[in-house]
Design a protein around this ligand. Structure first.
Ligand code: GLU
Length: 473
């Protein structure tokens, strides 16, 4: 029974399923699948009240076929070695699927951040970074952390500050971590990137009329009902951008309960309510579900799990009432649930593709840091003036006068424009690669769903890197 497997074993189950559709030697497939290195460390924290706590941290580097390795750092009580290795493996596949040239890594500390003061969290983060430096698990060309569940740009700023004080190469040290605050060499659009990428991916999937027809849906996001699980950075931004794309967010699920309004929720108002009261549950304009798990079973067109792993299991999969599952979280669906959903004709857009927006924009941040120039700086004014010269020439030739509003549409791309269009292009391209692989196998073998297709693409891309390294054939 695959449900009894550990998280990492579940990821490997998905990998093995895809590997059957390739003809690489077993040794190479084993090398791709295995976690190359992982490191567990414990360290003491002198708490604000004078007592001593012992903390457990991990960093796993799953694959070094590309360097640096890349992946977030999470703070959660669920963190353990298996979870970190599984998430590091997902990073490897994710980067390969969207063609971002990194190996996969992940780190974490086992803690409930609500139990620690800000100053304790700073001391924990700095000590964790110190351990990473000592063990050579961080560096612009070695391993580059980023935010994940339970961490944000604040922790990234502490990591950067700790690293740079000890770094031999101060010039490139700014690229030792991504997801930094904008004023500390971060990049515009990184915070929103995972949620935005989810919506770009969904938009592309929903734009293909033939695929939507086979699901009994009309093309486009407009009017589609959506339930989002998790209202953290990823869930909030996915919900916000879905609303902006005129989808109708009818349910939001959090750890302490869910809210439901079939006519649609105003995502910004829900966020403001949470900021004021500490919870979404007492939001006035909605029905309140005490049991958050019941929220996953609300009827909707698109279900977006944006919280943690193992949420859709063999137990609840038969009761899920949706047509499309958009995996914004890492590992939300177990392999056994995946089979049930497939039998039920529910389409799953997999995590390894759909939530890759975060690491894609991390890649842009890392490039910006290494090149020491803001994206768009060299070309913006030039583009601006050539486009205006073109408008002027059209006016002269036609006698037509462009209005101020029309003129406003013309401007050279700035950093945020470039980040968002680079992200959109990445998501669109990877979606078509995935779909093509799925179509190639469709006639021969019906079991190749989007997840398997994405894994097949990842395996091909990683195998190619090993070829370039001379390890294979
Ligand atoms: N934590 C994010 C993820 O799971 C982003 C990782 C990164 O930017 O390196 O994809």
């Amino acid at each position: 029974m695959t449900e009894k497997l550990s998280f990492f074993q579940k990821v490997n189950t998905d990998f093995d399923k895809a590997a059957q559709f390739t003809d690489y030697p077993p040794g190479l497939l084993e090398q791709i699948k295995i976690c190359n290195s992982s490191c567990h460390f414990t360290f003491p924290l002198k708490r604000d009240d004078g007592t001593i706590a012992t903390l457990h941290g991990w960093r796993a580097e799953h694959s070094h076929h590309k360097l640096p390795t890349k992946g977030g750092i999470r703070y959660s009580t669920l963190v353990d070695e298996d979870e970190i290795m599984a998430l590091a493996a997902l990073m490897t596949y994710k980067c390969a699927i969207v063609d971002v040239p990194f190996g996969g890594a992940k780190g974490g500390i086992q803690l409930d951040r609500s139990q620690y003061s800000e100053s304790e969290l700073e001391r924990i983060t700095r000590r964790y970074t110190y351990e990473l430096i000592q063990k050579n698990y961080i560096g612009p060309g070695v391993d580059v952390p980023a935010p994940d569940f339970g961490t944000s740009e604040t922790e990234m700023a502490w990591i950067f500050d700790t690293y740079i004080t000890m770094a031999p190469d101060k010039l490139n040290a700014i690229a030792c971590v991504t997801g930094k605050p904008i004023e500390q060499n971060g990049i515009l659009g990184r915070k929103e990137a995972t949620g935005r990428g989810v919506v770009y991916g969904l938009e592309e999937a929903c734009s293909i009329a033939e695929d939507m027809k086979s699901l009994g849906l009309t093309p486009g996001l407009q009017g589609k009902t959506v339930v989002v699980q998790g209202f953290g950075n990823v869930g909030y931004h996915a919900a916000k951008f879905l609303m902006e794309s005129e989808a109708c967010v009818i349910g939001i699920i959090e750890i302490d309960g869910a809210i439901h309004n079939p006519k649609g929720l105003d995502v910004e108002k829900v966020a403001a309510h949470r900021a004021e009261t500490g919870s979404i549950c007492s939001y006035p304009d909605a029905e309140h579900l005490e049991n958050p798990n019941a929220g996953l079973e609300l009827a909707c067109d698109i279900l977006v799990p944006a919280a943690l792993e193992n949420q859709i299991t063999a137990e609840n999969a038969p009761r899920i009432q949706t047509t499309l599952i958009a995996e914004a979280a890492n590992g939300p669906t177990t392999p056994a649930a995946d089979r049930i959903l497939q039998e039920r004709g529910i389409m799953v857009i997999p995590d390894t593709y759909l939530n890759a927006g975060g690491v894609t924009v991390s890649y842009f941040e890392w490039l910006r840091n290494l090149s020491h120039v803001q994206l768009g700086r060299l070309g913006k004014r030039f583009e601006d003036s050539t486009q205006h010269a073109l408008l002027h020439a059209v006016e002269k030739a036609t006698g037509y006068q462009f209005s101020d509003d029309e003129r406003q549409l013309i401007h050279g791309a700035d950093e945020e424009d470039l980040v968002n269009s680079g992200l959109q292009d990445t998501m669109i391209r990877a979606y078509h690669e995935l779909r093509e692989t799925r179509m190639q196998h469709k006639n021969k073998n019906d079991t190749v769903n989007c997840r398997t297709a994405a894994f097949i693409n990842a395996i091909h891309r990683i195998a190619q890197s090993y070829m370039q390294l001379g390890i294979f054939p």
